[in-house]
Design a protein around this ligand. Structure first.
Ligand code: AMP
Length: 405
């Protein structure tokens, strides 16, 4: 595992370091959408910790720090289940200083609280999605939020692909710049696509081809090797004319999958699919399993993990890589019976002497369960946003920020 210089550079937008924030009210949009258990306990606080560099910088510079985030899908109205109160408590512990919490997102009450804040004080306002205006990108809601502050900072990479009020609306009213996490995410994910150290290997997995096909299309002339595992492999295998039993297949994607495979091969990209798989008749912890080659998947059985020969093949394909991106698990890793392929590939990626970048969502969970998070160069905090960058698209939340002249 080697660390690269990505993530620090200039990405064409002003950052929090480029503006005077001393004594000013600074609205930092963060992504505190963390998983909670049934007792409202945070089970993974990585997203909170990832925002600390920006928050600490703003505190040290003497800004009055107003933090805002979404969490879950509360449907535009207050819902105690999705309150950010537990996040405020965790943040207080991580910062080792008081974090004020406001149940109101805007209006007189919160303005009075902000009016009493001193430089370096921190306030977290309640879940933005408790107001329908957040997701509908309501102009008035955005203006209300903007009126709380003098400067807006976007550090919510995981939400930067959304056209929401706190992402694209507020920047219409006050100067908007990037936070350190946003800059780092874009630096890695855009950097790897535009200027990879070769050989460059992409590993894609997960449930569906449809979610990742845009990434493959964008990488056709950029990668040296593509490894496809997980459920999405079976659409490719079926498109090549083979039977795949009851494995996950997106019939409407067959033609496009085959077209992309052909384009990759035409571009001299080595394209790897699983050669063996673990099959079962149902996706259940106690299901009977068999190990078969991919030509032998029995009728009524589904392939739910890659087998040991595939792990060997994929690991060898990774061995000489200098850059690796990985998005999507190799199987239904949530169940022990189908997790071995994903965890083995996590180890292979961690052991590669390469710049290794893992896409958010399920893959970061897989890497963390495999116990190798610390050996990965960069783990993205955004699922959808990281895929959009790998597809070569600009994110609305980044487009909305002030350009560096
Ligand atoms: P995605 O969000 O597209 O990355 O998909 C992640 C999900 O894909 C995980 O929840 C896995 O359980 C699931 N998955 C991976 N491999 C398979 C497979 N062979 N069949 C069905 N689901 C799978």
């Amino acid at each position: 595992m080697a660390r690269g210089a990505f993530g620090q550079g200039d990405f064409g937008k002003l950052t929090i370091e480029d503006v005077e924030i001393k004594g000013k009210r600074v609205f930092i949009r963060v992504d505190f959408n963390v998983p909670l258990d049934e007792n409202m306990m945070i089970t993974d606080d990585r997203r909170i910790r990832s925002a600390l560099p920006t928050i600490n910088y703003a505190i040290d510079e003497g800004a009055k720090v107003i933090l805002a985030s979404h969490m879950g899908r509360p449907k535009g109205k207050p819902d105690a289940k999705w309150s950010l109160a537990p996040v405020a408590r965790r943040l207080q512990r991580l910062l080792n200083k008081e974090v004020l919490f406001s149940q109101e997102m805007h209006g007189k009450g919160v303005k009075d609280t902000i009016g009493k804040m001193r430089p370096g004080d921190v306030l977290l306002i309640e879940n933005l999605r408790f107001d329908p205006g957040e997701e509908s990108n309501d102009e008035k809601f955005a203006q209300e939020l903007a009126s709380l502050a003098e400067i807006y900072v976007n550090d919510a990479f995981g939400a930067a692909h959304r056209d929401h009020a706190s992402i694209v609306g507020i920047p219409r009213f006050i100067p908007a710049v990037a936070g350190f996490l946003l800059r780092k995410e874009v630096g890695y994910l855009q950097g790897v696509v535009s200027n990879p150290v070769r050989p460059f290997t992409a590993i894609l997995g997960g449930a569906k081809v449809s979610g990742k096909i845009g990434v493959l299309e964008n990488l056709i002339d950029k990668v040296d090797k593509v490894i496809v595992g997980g459920g999405m492999a079976f659409t490719f295998i079926k498109a090549m004319g083979y039977e795949v039993g009851d494995s996950l297949v997106e019939n409407e994607m067959l033609e496009l999958a085959e077209k992309i495979r052909q384009s990759l091969i035409k571009n001299n990209v080595r394209f790897y699919l699983p050669v063996d798989c673990v099959v079962a008749q149902s996706v259940e912890p106690q299901a009977e399993t068999k190990l078969v080659t991919w030509q032998e998947i029995p009728r009524g059985w589904k392939a739910l993990d890659i087998g040991p020969a595939s792990v060997k093949l994929f690991s060898e394909a990774l061995a000489n890589a200098k850059t690796v991106i990985w998005n999507g698990p190799m199987g239904v890793f949530e169940l022990d019976a189908f997790s071995r392929g994903t965890f083995s590939i996590a180890h292979a990626v961690a052991d590669a002497y390469a710049l290794t970048i893992v896409g958010g969502g399920d893959t970061d969970l897989a890497v963390s369960r495999a116990g190798v998070s610390d050996s990965i160069s960069f783990i993205s905090t955004g699922g959808g946003a990281s895929l959009q960058l790998l597809e070569g698209k600009e994110l609305p939340g980044i487009a909305a920020l002030k350009d560096r002249k």
